[in-house]
Design a protein around this ligand. Sequence first.
Ligand SMILES: *Cc1c(COP(=O)(O)O)cnc(C)c1O
Length: 341
Amino acid sequence: MISTKKDIDWSSLGFGYVKTDYRYVSNFKDGKWDEGFLSTDETVTIHESAGVLQYAQTCFEGMKAYRTVDGSVVCFRPDLNAQRMADTCMRLEMPVFSQERFLDAVEKVVKANLDFVPPYGSGASLYLRPYMFGTNAVIGVKPAQEFQFRIFATPVGLYFKGGVKPISLRVPDFDRAAPRGTGHIKAGLNYAMSLHPIVDAHNQGFNENMYLDSKTRTNVEETGGANIIFVTKDNTVVTPKSDTILPSITRRSLMYVAEHYLGLKAEERVVPFEEVKTFKECALCGTAAVLSPVGRVVNKDEEIIFGMDKMGEITQKLYDTLTGIQMGRIDAPEGWIRKIK
Ligand SMILES: *Cc1c(COP(=O)(O)O)cnc(C)c1O
């Protein structure tokens, strides 16, 4: 295994693909998964009529490995990624890759790419992308019978350029594109349909979209790739309750942190867009975005300003506590940190 230190400028890393040495691969055929292996080949060759290419039968997860204050390498709640991927697979008629195999694959891929885990304090981390797709030829509308599960690793810095400065959102004319009822799965099909709204938002000078529910177009859902939290004037942390958004692990963790570490009230409930102007703070949350403050939301002629110059006070406390737990500076709740090395 390669063990030379990689020549990477960790501080200038954005959120992009950097090729690492090894990726994990396992194939599903004749009703079972093979034992899996580490590969140096970053390319995939599949049939021209593969289920993933014709009917988008594919899903993914996103998680990170961090170097902690004592030099260990850890993952944050990977069991929840395994569980969510299993839920997604069942909804997409794909075979589940068991939690035990998933955690083992994560460990193997991180250990094989240890030199790509950014140093403590750099602000960067090793992003892990587990994913699965149908590989055999299908032509009638039906599930594939052969699948590939892979995990690649890539070092990443901040998701939004400019760091943790506030970003601006707009409420689009587009629906959060997931076909109704599938917003809770983490899959490419939810993303493909959000690409046009994102490009359109960028063209209009916004970083992302704040989608409303597609049924009534009155309640806040999420953005293209992150959930949303708000802080009320009396410091209650509020996050939208909806069956059509992705159940973010970061958000679940932040709600716990708000309640149990910061002693704040934390509520998951329906949030009408009408209420947004009454909040004091707003932020996006997700593995990639961590916690990114939202400074401004525009809905047609209405502009709501939270403040474009810095992170709100409660958002900052949530950010410091969550990243403190992830980096080993603050004691984690039981089971949140899985040590790899
Ligand atoms: C991945 C994702 C999130 C964030 O989930 P985490 O588990 O916190 O990374 C939020 N919304 C969507 C649509 C996502 O795909």
